[in-house]
Design a protein around this ligand. Structure first.
Ligand code: DGP
Length: 125
């Protein structure tokens, strides 16, 4: 079973320069930009430039270079946004996948949220 990637998703369009974004960081294999509908004072999305749907897709099929670049990009975004434990008050990372994860955009993205206390991880439903 292979992962199906839809290259018409909104983040693929951002990567192709078809839709504008507010970039926080760009590296060889990754792009970080501000979420259009921020849910906290800091709300940055970090995506790999490769065509990966979800974190498990990326973690199983990306090259070592892509994985290192992406992981370091996340650390650099945390540093630039002032939410690290060395300089700030912490953050939450979320990566939604598929229907149960309520993923709206089918290109891997990690949300980095911070700048205020974020409450418990999951609301009771
Ligand atoms: P998720 O549910 O995890 O797939 O979250 C998708 C996020 O993407 C959501 O927080 C809103 C954000 N988003 C949707 N469209 C755009 C867009 O065109 N630009 C930016 N910057 N963010 C977007």
């Amino acid at each position: 079973m292979t992962y199906a990637y839809d290259d018409q998703n909104i983040f693929a369009k951002i990567l192709r320069g078809e839709i504008p974004n507010t970039t926080v960081l760009e590296t060889e294999h990754s792009l970080a930009f501000r979420d259009l509908y921020p849910q906290a004072p800091v709300h940055v999305l970090v995506i790999p430039k490769g065509a990966y749907v979800s974190y498990d897709h990326f973690a199983s099929e990306a090259s070592d270079a892509e994985i290192v670049d992406y992981t370091r990009a996340i650390a650099e975004v945390c540093r630039r946004e002032g939410v690290t434990l060395t300089a700030g008050e912490g953050f939450r990372m979320i990566s939604n996948a598929g229907a149960n994860g309520v993923q709206e955009v089918p290109h891997l993205h990690v949300h980095i949220l911070g700048g205020r206390p974020l409450g418990r991880m999951l609301a009771k439903v």
